[in-house]
Design a protein around this ligand. Structure first.
Ligand SMILES: [Cu+2]
Length: 351
């Protein structure tokens, strides 16, 4: 889908007048909703002069999908990128693990910045995965739906009777290591080919209310409930980020926020119902910078700031290296095109 400039309607073709002196003419390309790529270069953009084909480029429409529906190739690229980021405990994944601990928890939980902080956190991780393999996007775990394809030996693993996660011999996650300890402990309290019990469904979550203070109560249920539908690493804040499944769980929480924002028009930080009012803890007000990307290590911020600034994107300039809470809201650039964060969900419309 093309458009001339950053606003206005999209169409399947775009007619441009280009000067013969070689000066470039900018235009905008986006994926068509409902038609994501499943592999690199499965979309071709043709340039024609009249009917004559004068140039062609192959691209992909990269988008966050339901992890249960990935093709085997998409699945394998994702776990390979995760495993490389972890690098048997020696890789940059350690920074992401260290960002989410009991000490750092007040920056990210129990206050309105819960959703904006985790959106930036997931985006930072996704961009690091894309530095390893640019065809990867972070998928989500629909914890309110049966997901039999996620808890398999070839993907996020199968827990044995004491919660040690088992993998197939070809799964690179078998080398996963955090805090100097090999492996993952995860003890599901539900049959993993069904959905966890006791969770608010997507429809119930979206019905929590049309103003942010009501909606963000999803931090308890379904978010907290999804965490505690297991024992092991993922069940508590201090260790949850040691399990790579954690990022798929949070991607679904972020998708629920995105869907709610879309349903009620809550992208604009200047609209009161899009967020809580002022006088929240530091890091949880719209104009506050977010730790650790701000590098601040004096109280009430945590004593260390792992990972440095937020990873840059080759596609978009937002949110910048040291994002503020407000910069997590307008992720589609609905209010302001330069606010686009460069990700989307396969079931949240965009335009
Ligand atoms: Cu968290």
């Amino acid at each position: 889908m093309f458009r001339n400039g950053t606003t206005g309607a999209f169409s399947n073709t775009l007619t441009l007048t280009v000067p013969i002196n070689g000066t470039s003419v900018p235009f905008f390309v986006a994926g068509k909703f409902g038609r994501p790529s499943s592999s690199n270069a499965d979309v071709r953009i043709d340039a024609r002069l009249g009917t004559l084909l004068v140039g062609s480029v192959k691209v992909m429409v990269r988008i966050r999908k339901n992890a249960n529906d990935l093709t085997p190739a998409e699945r394998d690229r994702l776990i390979s990128a995760f495993a490389q980021l972890n690098n048997q405990g020696a890789g940059r994944f350690a920074d992401f693990r260290d960002m989410h601990t009991n000490v750092t928890s007040p920056q990210a939980h129990g206050a309105p910045g819960f959703l904006p902080w985790h959106r930036a956190y997931l985006l930072d991780l996704e961009r690091e995965l894309q530095n390893i393999d640019p065809t990867v996007a972070l998928p989500y775990w629909r914890f309110d739906q049966a997901s039999p394809s996620i808890f398999t030996l070839d993907f996020f693993g199968v827990s044995n009777s004491v919660g040690t996660v088992q993998f197939s011999p070809t799964n690179p996650l078998q080398f996963w290591r955090t805090d100097g300890v090999p492996g993952i402990n995860r003890r599901p309290f539900f049959a993993t080919n069904t959905a966890p019990p006791g969770l608010r469904t997507e429809a119930q979550t979206l019905a929590l209310g049309n103003a942010y203070p009501a909606f963000r109560t999803l931090e308890g249920n379904p978010h907290g409930s999804a965490h505690t539908s297991f024992g092991g690493f993922i069940s508590s804040i201090g260790t949850a980020a040691r399990d790579p499944l954690f990022f798929l769980l949070h991607c679904n929480v972020d998708r629920l926020w995105a869907k709610w924002q879309r349903q009620f028009g809550r992208f604009n930080p200047a609209v009161a119902a899009s967020f809580d009012g002022a006088a929240n803890p530091v890091g949880h007000n719209l104009t506050d910078t977010m730790w650790p990307w701000n590098g601040i290590t004096t109280p009430p911020r945590p004593p260390t700031a792992p990972g440095g600034s937020l990873a840059a994107s080759p596609c978009v300039s937002a949110p910048g290296p040291q994002p503020r809470v407000s910069q997590s809201l307008d992720y589609q650039g609905t209010v302001n095109a330069v606010s686009r964060l460069g990700f989307d969900y396969d079931d949240v419309p965009f335009s």
